[in-house]
Every structure is written in structure tokens, then in C-alpha cells.
Design a protein around this ligand. Structure first.
Ligand code: FAD
Length: 506
């Protein structure tokens, strides 16, 4: 599925230097290792030193201090296993490298270590398209958008969608348990994965690919690997759920009174539509205005900016709901209009624009998908990707607003994100300045976010992962018994700490 047809955003912003801790691995030199890797993967698929393409040495955020000694591009699972066996034997650190669109520094290589960057890019085949079973088996290096097209060609849909869909690979998306724009309906990457093939730190192939919907045979190793950010194994293939695409959508941009009213609207829409909300995305005034100001391809939905808006999309449940009536209207659109009419009477909303054409719908989706580009065009931000229980959002947002206002006058965007999932992308510019120019205020904002997340028992990382960005926060905020268990799991599965060392755990 491609809601707008827009390619992945490519704008960059500066970010702090990578700080992943170093391992004490005694590795052979790159010169010793490269010929052995070339014997496995072929000369053309091993690069060393100055031959390494720059795109392996920086991440999407533009950090240029990543220093892999070798880049290796195996072409199949057997080659990944052989590379891992060699790296286990030589105790060489390995960083799995997908589409490199991650926002938590997970693919960065610290200087001074002989690190092998293992890129999955050549493993981009769809091994099986099981239409009756609604399952596709894809290799880890498949780009998400290619999976959309492959499913569409069979009249089906692979629902995972987010701004970097043209760059991110399914292996990376599963390793970060990516969320995105329709988690409220289909769940995140984890919910769409029925099976996995994984190469372990020792170079064994663990085949858990059969797409069994029920399988209670001991510990759930598939879900252990999902979200592990390459620290427990290398995902080489996945069995992915496909769905029948809805026959039509109804989409609207709506001015809502406040966050509690948005919550009322969401629950009412879910009830009235039979649980067919596809997206429910919150826009505070800041993000709404940034889109209008910085995205020339956007047509403002409203004449006057919204203080608080939501983009709602519901799906038609039947072909009848998607069949244009004699009056030229779609029943699913009429259904959304009726919902919005009730919401207007209840005082939850003050205005709404319902998309009347594919291009109007695409305009609303482009506004949502390109928000990050609009922010980057404006300047640099203190960014946070946090989550709360959905019912706590109104109070948590109020707390964040109050805490930020106490730090400094400036530009803040607290009420923005995937409301249906309780996920806020909170951003701030104290005094509307680059946070680097006011470090005390920037630090105070970060601390305020931690405090509010702690108070409401939320999560400091909702969908972007931990990487090298949030290790200290996770350690401080996670239940201590849970953190200790994660450390034990890492030690058991990767005793020499060769898989993505210095990431996730401190
Ligand atoms: C414009 C933009 C919008 C975004 N929007 C969203 C969004 O809405 N929701 C969301 O969740 N994320 C979003 N992201 C973040 C990002 O796209 C996701 O984290 C993505 O899933 C990462 O996939 P990747 O292939 O690029 O992984 P990479 O960046 O290459 O890697 C991410 C991590 O996974 C590990 N890894 C990669 N491949 C494998 C593998 N095969 N096996 C084991 N470990 C592996 C890496 O070592 C690293 O730790 C966005 C990013 C951008 C740039």
C-alpha cells in the first residue's frame, strides 16, 4: 500500500556524536579478515578502508563519525551464517546494516574497532507469495515499498507504512519493531510477522519461518528477535501477514476542541465504524503551521490554521460501502460525515474537511508523512519519541506543556503523533533557537520529558528504538528486574558480545 506515492524523505539534520561504548574484542586486522570474507561472499561484495562507500559511514541523521573497517554484502542465508561463524571464530564485532533509516544510531560503528558492517541489501528476494494463506516470505533486505508493490500485484496489502518506506528494509523494520501510520488498525511490525529466519552470533541458522498462527512450543524466540536492534541475531527472512485491502477509504482533517475531545472522537469513530479506523493522527498548531510554511506541495486544508487537528481515516468494510451511489457519494464517506456531524453537535470539533478526491486524500497524507521534512526545514529541535497509555494522553500532554513553558518561552510541539497508539513525537526549540545554542534549556526539556514519562509510566522510546541514543534513559527507567533479564539474555545468546556491541544495553 502506498497512501500518497511520495518517496521517502531525504532531508538531514545534525545530531550528537555517536557515543556507543567499545568492546574489548581482540580482532584480526581488516587486511587479514577481508580475503576470508571475500572467499565467502565474492570480491565484489567486500569493501575495506577507503573503498567503503560514504553512505555506509553516516546515518540518515547525517552523522559522519561511523567507522566500519569492512563492509560485507552476503547474498544468501548460508553466506550470512558463514560470515557470522568467521566473526565468532575471530571475535570480530558485526553491525547488521539495513536501509540505514533508523533514528537511534543503531548502525553506527565506533572508531578504533575492527568492525564488520554486514549489509543485507543483496538479500532482497521474495521467496514465497502464499495468496490463500495471506502470507509472504521475504528476505531481510527487501525494501518496505517493494513489499507493498508485490502484495498489490496479488490484490493484497502489506500494511506496514511509514515515512521511510522507500528506504527501510523489512529486516531493519522488524529489528526496530517499526510502527508508523496505521498501527491503530494493523499493529506494528511485530504484529505483522508470523515467522523468522535468524542467523545467530555463532553462525547457526535458526529456521522459525513457518507462518503458524498458533504455536505454544516454549519461549517465543520470534518476538525476542523483533525489536532487538541486531544485538541478538541477524534476521535473514520473515513470514509476513498480508490482508485484503479495504475497497475504499474516507479521510478527513478535523479541528478538535482539545485533547480530551480528540479522545472522545477517536473512541466514538471506532465504535461507529465497527473498529475500522485506519489512522488517527494528531497535529498541534506548531506542526500544522510548519507543514503549511515549509511544504510547498501542501494545500492548507483550512483557511485559518488549526490549534489542534486530527487526520482521520476509516476504511470501507464492504464493497457496498465502496460503491458510489446515485447522488455521486460514497457510503463510507457519508458514514464519516455522519460521525463528524455528531462530533460537531457534541462540541468535540469545530470544523472538518472531508477528502472528495484521491488528490485531496493524498494532500492530507502528504501533510502527515512529510512533517519531519517541514521540521528539518525550520531548524534543529530537541526530539522525543515517547508513548503513554492512550487514556493518559490528555493529562500527560498537559503536564508536558506546563513543564516546557517553565523552562523557556519558545516553540514547543507536544500534541503531535500517532494518537491511536498513544505515541507522541514531542519536539521543542527553546526561544525558537537551535538547541545547541541553549544547552541548559535543551537539557531541561529532555529532563522534563523523562519526568513526565516516569510520572505516567510511559515509554521513553515508542517506535524508534534505543540504539546509542537512549541507553542511559532505558537503564534508568526500565524495571530493574527486566533490565537484568535483558542483560542475561544478551550474555547467553552472544557471550562474546560481537553482535552490534555498544547498542541498546549499557
Ligand atoms: C523520514 C523517516 C520517517 C520515519 N518514520 C517512522 C515511523 O513512522 N515509525 C517508525 O517506527 N520508524 C520510523 N522511522 C525510523 C526508521 O525508518 C525505522 O526504524 C526503520 O524500521 C529502520 O529500518 P532500516 O532497514 O532502515 O534499518 P537500519 O537503520 O539499517 O537499522 C536499524 C537497526 O536494526 C538493525 N538491523 C538492520 N537490519 C537488521 C537485520 N536484518 N537483522 C538484525 N538487525 C538489523 C541495525 O543494526 C540497527 O540497529 C522513520 C525514519 C525516517 C528517516
Amino acid at each position: 500500500m502506498d497512501k500518497t506515492g511520495h518517496a521517502a524523505t531525504t532531508a538531514k539534520r545534525d545530531a550528537p556524536a555517536m557515543t556507543g561504548s567499545k568492546t574489548d574484542l581482540a580482532t584480526p586486522s581488516a587486511a587479514d579478515l577481508a580475503p576470508r570474507l571475500a572467499a565467502i561472499c565474492g570480491d565484489a561484495h567486500v569493501s575495506v578502508g577507503s573503498d567503503i562507500d560514504p553512505h555506509y559511514q553516516r546515518d540518515w541523521l547525517g552523522r559522519a563519525d561511523s567507522h566500519p573497517a569492512i563492509v560485507v554484502r552476503p547474498g544468501d542465508t548460508a553466506a550470512v551464517a558463514a560470515v557470522m561463524a568467521l566473526c565468532a571464530e575471530t571475535r570480530t564485532a558485526v553491525i547488521p546494516f539495513g536501509g540505514n533509516s533508523g533514528l537511534a544510531g543503531g548502525t553506527m560503528a565506533a572508531d578504533g574497532q575492527d568492525i564488520v558492517l554486514l549489509s543485507l541489501e543483496r538479500m532482497n528476494r521474495i521467496r514465497e507469495m502464499n495468496v490463500p494463506g495471506r502470507v509472504m516470505v521475504a528476505e531481510a533486505g527487501c525494501i518496505i515499498e517493494h513489499l507493498h508493490h508485490a502484495a498489490e500485484a496479488q490484490g493484497l496489502m502489506f500494511p506496514l507504512v511509514f515515512g521511510a518506506k522507500g528506504t527501510a528494509q523489512i529486516g531493519g523494520a522488524l529489528s526496530t519493531n517499526a510502527g508508523g501510520l496505521n498501527v491503530v488498525r494493523y499493529g506494528n511490525a511485530r504484529n505483522l510477522c508470523l515467522g523468522l529466519e535468524v542467523v545467530t552470533a555463532r553462525g547457526e541458522v535458526m529456521d522459525l519461518l513457518p507462518a503458524l498462527k498458533k504455536n505454544n512450543t516454549g519461549y517465543d524466540l520470534i518476538n525476542l528477535m523483533i525489536g532487538a536492534e541486531g544485538t541478538l541475531g541477524i534476521i535473514t527472512a520473515a513470514s509476513l501477514s498480508l490482508v485484503t485491502p479495504p475497497p475504499a477509504y474516507a479521510t478527513a482533517m478535523v479541528k478538535v476542541r482539545d485533547v480530551p475531545a480528540a479522545l472522545e472522537l477517536m473512541n466514538f469513530t471506532q465504535a461507529e465504524s465497527g473498529g475500522r479506523i485506519e489512522a488517527f493522527e494528531l497535529f498541534g498548531r506548531l506542526h500544522y503551521e510548519l507543514c503549511i510554511r515549509h511544504l510547498p506541495h501542501i494545500t492548507p486544508p483550512f483557511a485559518e490554521p488549526a490549534d489542534l487537528a486530527v487526520m482521520i481515516e476509516i476504511a470501507a468494510g464492504t464493497d457496498a460501502d465502496a460503491t458510489v451511489g446515485d447522488d455521486g457519494s460514497l457510503p463510507v464517506t457519508a458514514q464519516l460525515e455522519a460521525i463528524l456531524g455528531t462530533a460537531l453537535e457534541a462540541g468535540w470539533i469545530s470544523d472538518a474537511v472531508v477528502a472528495r478526491s484521491a488528490s485531496q486524500r493524498a494532500n492530507m497524507w502528504a501533510m502527515r508523512e512529510d512533517v519531519l521534512s517541514a521540521m528539518v526545514a525550520h531548524g534543529k529541535w530537541v526530539m522525543n519519541d515517547i508513548s503513554f497509555q492512550v487514556a493518559d494522553l490528555p493529562a500527560a500532554i498537559a503536564d508536558l506543556d506546563a513543564a516546557f513553558a517553565a523552562v523557556a518561552p519558545g516553540v514547543y510541539g507536544t500534541a503531535f503523533g500517532h494518537m491511536g497508539d498513544g505515541n507522541l513525537h514531542v519536539c521543542a526549540r527553546p526561544y525558537d533557537k537551535d538547541p545547541a545554542d541553549c544547552p541548559a534549556e535543551a537539557a531541561a526539556i529532555k529532563q522534563a520529558v523523562r519526568d513526565v514519562v516516569t510520572r505516567w509510566r510511559g515509554s521513553i522510546s515508542a517506535e524508534h528504538g534505543i540504539g546509542t541514543e537512549k541507553q542511559a534513559d532505558m537503564k534508568a527507567m526500565k524495571d530493574p528486574a527486566a533490565y537484568a533479564m535483558m542483560t542475561s539474555i544478551k550474555a547467553a545468546l552472544d557471550p562474546d558480545n560481537i553482535l552490534n556491541p555498544g547498542k541498546v544495553l549499557l
